[in-house]
Design a protein around this ligand. Structure first.
Ligand SMILES: [Cu+2]
Length: 198
């Protein structure tokens, strides 16, 4: 009786493992198809488990224009704390707290910069500073008032880009074609992860 129960439980566990493996492999590479048969979405989670940007090279990826993104200071944190932008783009740094923050970079491709200390980023004062980033690479950002506040900005040479800290990435509405999937971490050295076809 006991042996039969254990055997049944073992078979049950084996099914659970099989189902989990199937689910995990679906999560690793899931793609949708558009009517022409090409994939328009790429979703993966096989990147490094640290702050990183993912971008595509090939096709029309290099024909990007400047974009504007926000890096908000809220609840003593930068949000998002990993951000990717196309080279030449602008980031706005609004302070949405009711107290003073500071935005500076102790290191990165642009070296040290300080976008404003006490007062400049006051929520009640001029709470929006913007800066264009014409170069490619990674910039580590912090707040001089609250050293716990940290963010990574990745400036990449592509219009198709995303960033995360858990190794995941999603690309949507990419024109059909084969691209190099690039990854860059805090080290600032881009590497090709693999070729991907949409
Ligand atoms: Cu702060």
């Amino acid at each position: 009786m006991n042996g039969l129960y254990l055997k049944a439980r073992w078979i049950g566990n084996r099914w659970l493992i099989l189902v989990n493996v199937a689910l995990l492999s679906m999560l690793t590479l899931h793609s949708l198809q558009n009517p022409s048969g090409s994939n328009t979405t790429l979703l993966g989670n096989d990147g490094p488990k640290e702050a990183a940007a993912y971008y595509l090279l090939g096709g029309d990826a290099a024909s990007f224009g400047p974009e504007t993104k926000e890096l908000v200071q809220l609840n003593k944190a930068f949000s998002p704390d990993v951000l990717s932008i196309a080279k030449g783009s602008t980031i706005a740094f609004p302070n949405k707290d009711s107290f003073t923050h500071n935005v500076y970079s102790p290191e990165g491709v642009e070296g040290f910069f300080d976008l404003g200390s006490a007062g400049t980023t006051d929520a009640g004062n001029s709470n929006l500073i913007q800066r264009a980033f014409p170069m490619e690479g990674v910039i580590k950002v912090s707040c001089a008032v609250h050293p716990i506040m940290k963010a990574h900005i990745f400036i990449v040479p592509s219009k198709y880009h995303t960033a995360s800290k858990d190794g995941s990435y999603t690309f949507t509405d990419v024109p059909a074609g084969t691209y190099d999937l690039m990854v860059v971490t805090g080290s600032g050295k881009p590497e090709k992860m693999k070729s991907v076809t949409f």
